[in-house]
Design a protein around this ligand. Structure first.
Ligand SMILES: CC(=O)N[C@H]1[C@@H](OP(=O)(O)OP(=O)(O)OC[C@H]2O[C@@H](n3ccc(=O)[nH]c3=O)[C@H](O)[C@@H]2O)O[C@H](CO)[C@@H](O)[C@@H]1O
Ligand SMILES: C=C(OP(=O)(O)O)C(=O)O
Length: 430
């Protein structure tokens, strides 16, 4: 298994091109199942999760082609890809494909809407909590689907004539359930209203793509989405938005290591809560025409308390990275994880660097230290893994991060992007 070796202590200076967002690319790819015409996506990141979803879509009969890169070839700008679901040849999404990744379960929405039936294995994804699918099933049943759980599969059937629009009020905000019901409702009969919809920018990006494909959606970006069903969708060309979690991660890396980095292509409005938190900790953040500049030059990091929340709050996908940063603050900070019940696996690994963190339920208390020391650590999930990398950038001496396949799910060319800015980092191939 590949490992990452880094030696801490170098500042980060230069530019990092922000890739297309994994969490938008995946549902956008899934949207291609809604039409028999080709969907062209631009700025698709090259990630293990994208590859895995390609396998799942191909199993349903989607033809996939890569047409090259749109921008920043040398730095790894995103791919231009076509997804053509002319015929759906299989409405089963099998366990061995779906169990590796949470978002693969979302195919259930388009399959049910277009083919009126679907058999999808219960999903996998980062082991950060129990991650049930009750909200998906609640929404699909409300659209008229008959749902059964059989041998680990959700077996769903639409009523005769297809799904029927209705009002769905989610008792809890769910990104995945919002994506799934939104996609399904585009082809339902009549109007669907989703109340308490997730407002993450990736939902807006998908909704805009669906509109380009002929869907009728209003309320994009709000917690109330109104979808007027149409009888069919058509092909379109659409761009994956820049990855706000990658942006926040590199912002925190620059804050930890010190230096001055331009995060090219980043959109500040997509991670304002995280940027405000970084500013409060003493990091200089400025918006520029082509991205976000992050600058820290020898100043101490102030402790700041955060609580993770659905968008526009502080994202849970940046909690681990922020905790790494707080380990070097000049005081004590409190972090409350409210989205997932088991998203503190990085705590034990950060302790190997000498970090002083205690956890009581959903609350983590981080006592800042002036200097971390490099260590041998284990990546446990995607964002936890990258928190270990950025801790290693600031630690004295050598760090080895084991099990980096987690990182490859969500960070494109991580070592390359960081080493271009001066980090001493390399991949040790197994
Ligand atoms: C591929 C993708 O985009 N993944 C993101 C997505 O995950 P994902 O879509 O899985 O996250 P959700 O927003 O659905 O989960 C939020 C909370 O709702 C709970 N829940 C969810 C569905 C359900 O049917 N029942 C239920 O109880 C979850 O267990 C969790 O506690 O949003 C999360 C929250 O921003 C991010 O951390 C993930 O990176
Ligand atoms: C938790 C994540 O991914 P997934 O939902 O696919 O597990 C993530 O992107 O941080």
């Amino acid at each position: 298994m590949d490992r990452i070796r880094l030696v801490g202590g170098n500042e980060l200076n230069g530019e990092i091109l922000i890739s297309g967002a994994k969490n938008a690319a995946l549902p956008l790819m899934i949207s291609s199942l809604l039409t028999h015409e080709p969907l062209v996506l631009e700025n698709v990141p090259r990630l293990a999760d994208v590859k895995q979803l390609e396998r799942i879509l191909e199993n349903h009969g989607v033809d996939i082609a890569v047409h090259g890169r749109r921008r920043g070839e040398a730095e790894g700008g995103g791919q231009r890809m076509t997804f053509h679901a002319n015929d759906i040849v299989d409405t089963t999404a099998p366990y061995d494909l779906v169990s590796k990744m949470r978002a693969s379960f979302w195919v259930i929405g388009p399959l049910l809407a277009r083919e009126h039936n679907a058999r999808v294995s219960l999903p996998g994804g980062c082991a950060i909590g129990t991650r049930p699918v009750d909200l998906f099933l609640y929404g699909l049943k409300a659209l008229g689907a008959d749902i059964d759980i059989d041998e680990g599969y959700v077996v769903a059937k639409a009523p005769k004539g297809g799904l029927v629009g209705t009002t769905i009020t989610f008792p809890k905000v769910s990104v995945g359930a919002t994506h799934t019901i939104l996609m399904a409702a585009t082809l339902a009969k009549g109007t669907t209203i989703i109340e308490n919809a997730a407002r993450e920018p990736e939902i807006g990006n998908v909704a805009e793509c669906l509109v380009a494909m002929g869907a009728k959606i209003s309320g994009i970006g709000t917690e109330r989405l109104v979808i007027e069903g149409v009888s069919e969708l058509h092909g379109a060309t659409h761009e994956v938005l820049p990855d706000r979690i990658e942006t926040g991660t590199y912002a925190m890396a620059a804050a930890m290591a010190g230096g001055n980095v331009l995060l090219r292509g980043a959109r500040p409005e997509h991670l304002q809560a995280a940027l405000d938190t970084l500013s409060a900790s003493g990091v200089h953040i400025t918006s520029e025409a082509d991205g976000i500049r992050v600058y820290r030059n020898g100043n101490g990091i102030q402790p700041v308390d955060i609580e993770t929340q659905p968008f526009p709050g502080f994202p849970t996908d940046l909690q681990a990275q922020f905790m790494a940063l707080m380990t070097m603050s000049t005081g004590t900070s409190h972090i409350r994880e409210t989205i997932f019940e088991n998203r503190y696996m990085h705590v034990a690994e950060l302790a190997r660097f000498g970090a002083d963190i205690s956890v009581d339920g959903q609350l983590a208390t981080v006592h800042g230290k002036s200097q971390l020391k490099g260590a041998q650590v284990m990546a446990t999930d995607l964002r936890a893994s990258v928190s270990l990398v950025i801790a290693g950038l600031a630690a004295r001496g050598e760090t080895i991060v084991n099990r980096v396949y987690h990182l490859d799910r969500g960070f494109e060319r991580l070592e390359e992007k960081l080493s271009r800015c001066g980090a001493e980092i390399e991949r040790l191939a197994s």
